[in-house]
Design a protein around this ligand. Structure first.
Ligand SMILES: C[S@@+](CC[C@H](N)C(=O)[O-])C[C@H]1O[C@@H](n2cnc3c(N)ncnc32)[C@H](O)[C@@H]1O
Length: 259
């Protein structure tokens, strides 16, 4: 687990996100780093033997963009999130199918962990019209972008918060989703423990992340154990599909909480 542990980034007392500089050096533009990350990912898919090298390079690139404040949040919202539209639509389709299969179709409560600028929340709201969706993110600057999508009736809502300390009651959520956030979590096991706590019986969590950057299959039993779950409770599945969605894996956790 050490490999993926990161120093937790607390919002500052005045609500601003922490500074993004590292070691006193200016970082290259987010746009260039993110383009490089996508290119590395694509190469890894196309050339299997290059996967290990791609993983090292991807982690280095990602390590330089892990914290989001301005201007990174704005660049992410304007440049990268639009490129990922296909992923968000796919996640929205899968979310709708999972809820339908479980009979959770009347006003489901959905939480998006690490929602960033809120594009996934919007995609799900278009697919599941009467859902109540809450986007939660550690970064106030990301939430300024997401806040554009909030609705006055409270159906779409965005809150600052830590996925490892969710501001929701036990067994109160039908579906937890997340895209591209897991590899930023300081303590993934703490987040999975919180997900297990808030999920209703019959609910489900679908957590999507980049295969190159995220938890490997061999780590899942330990993460589950640290989260207080059984070894097989969190499954890691390939996503497949198009060039971009094939770069992702999906972690699934079924809701077992007592009502
Ligand atoms: C790469 S962005 C992904 C945003 C969005 N989910 C998407 O797919 O475009 C990662 C987001 O995760 C958020 N994040 C990282 N750690 C978090 C935590 N512990 N709790 C909540 N959000 C977190 C970051 O602030 C950032 O907005």
């Amino acid at each position: 687990m050490k490999l993926f542990r990161r120093r937790r980034v607390e919002p500052l007392a005045d609500g601003r996100a922490p500074e993004v500089e590292r070691n006193g050096r200016r970082r290259p533009s987010l746009r260039r780093l993110l383009s490089a990350l996508l290119l590395v990912g694509a190469l890894a898919v196309l050339t299997r033997p290059g996967k290990q090298v791609a993983r090292v390079v991807a982690r280095w690139i990602d390590g330089r963009v892990e914290r989001f404040s301005e201007p990174e949040s704005g660049t992410y919202a304007r440049v990268l999130a639009p490129v990922l539209g296909r992923l968000y639509r796919r996640v929205a389709d899968e979310a709708a199918a999972e809820l339908a299969a479980r009979g959770l179709i009347r006003r489901p409560t959905i939480v998006d962990l690490g929602c960033g600028p809120g594009d996934l929340v919007v995609a799900i709201s278009r697919r599941i019209r009467d859902a109540r969706i809450i986007g939660l993110d550690l970064s106030p600057s990301m939430l300024l972008w997401a806040g554009r999508h909030a609705t006055t009736d409270g159906r779409l809502k965005f809150v600052v918060g830590d996925a490892a300390d969710l501001p929701f009651g036990d067994a109160s959520v039908d579906l937890v989703v997340s895209t591209l956030s897991l590899h930023h979590w300081a303590e993934p096991a703490d987040v999975f423990a919180e997900i297990a706590r808030v999920l209703r019986t019959g609910g489900v969590a679908l957590v999507y992340d980049l295969d190159l950057l995220t938890l490997g299959s061999s780590q899942m039993a330990e993460v589950a154990r640290e989260a207080g779950l059984e070894p097989g409770d969190i499954t890691r599945e390939r996503v497949g599909g198009g060039l971009i969605t094939r770069l992702f894996v999906r972690f699934r956790l079924e809701g077992l909480a007592e009502e």
